[in-house]
Design a protein around this ligand. Sequence first.
Ligand SMILES: [Zn+2]
Ligand SMILES: [Zn+2]
Length: 137
Amino acid sequence: MSDLKIYKGKCLCGEVSFKAEAPKKEVGLCHCTMCRRWNSGPFHALAIPFDALKVESGEENISYYRSSDYARRAFCNNCGSSLFYHGDKIPEIAHEVYFSAGLLEEPAGLKMAGHIFCASKGDYYEIEGDLPQHETV
Ligand SMILES: [Zn+2]
Ligand SMILES: [Zn+2]
């Protein structure tokens, strides 16, 4: 699991681009209500160390929305793309940042690990396939 991988991604308008050299992770699809609103659909989340995330361009285009007392969510203030989830007030995950696999250059070379927060998924779709489905995390 200590395989390092180069992640490269950008927002829809391309102003914000980032790079990270971090452990290769699998993607968790989050169905929680907040992620679905923020991301206009389930969030294909990848967790990497916060310190590994290097913004290459568009730092000034990144705005943060404090979505709860314990977490903030970054977006591009030019095109509105959802960028990063940071549970900065959650001690267990404050050292990590979650970004959407949808931002990545392709081929992303990643696999899905499973589904989280299935208990709060939308009632307008079903979760298909054999991957593990967790009620919460
Ligand atoms: Zn943008
Ligand atoms: Zn979520």
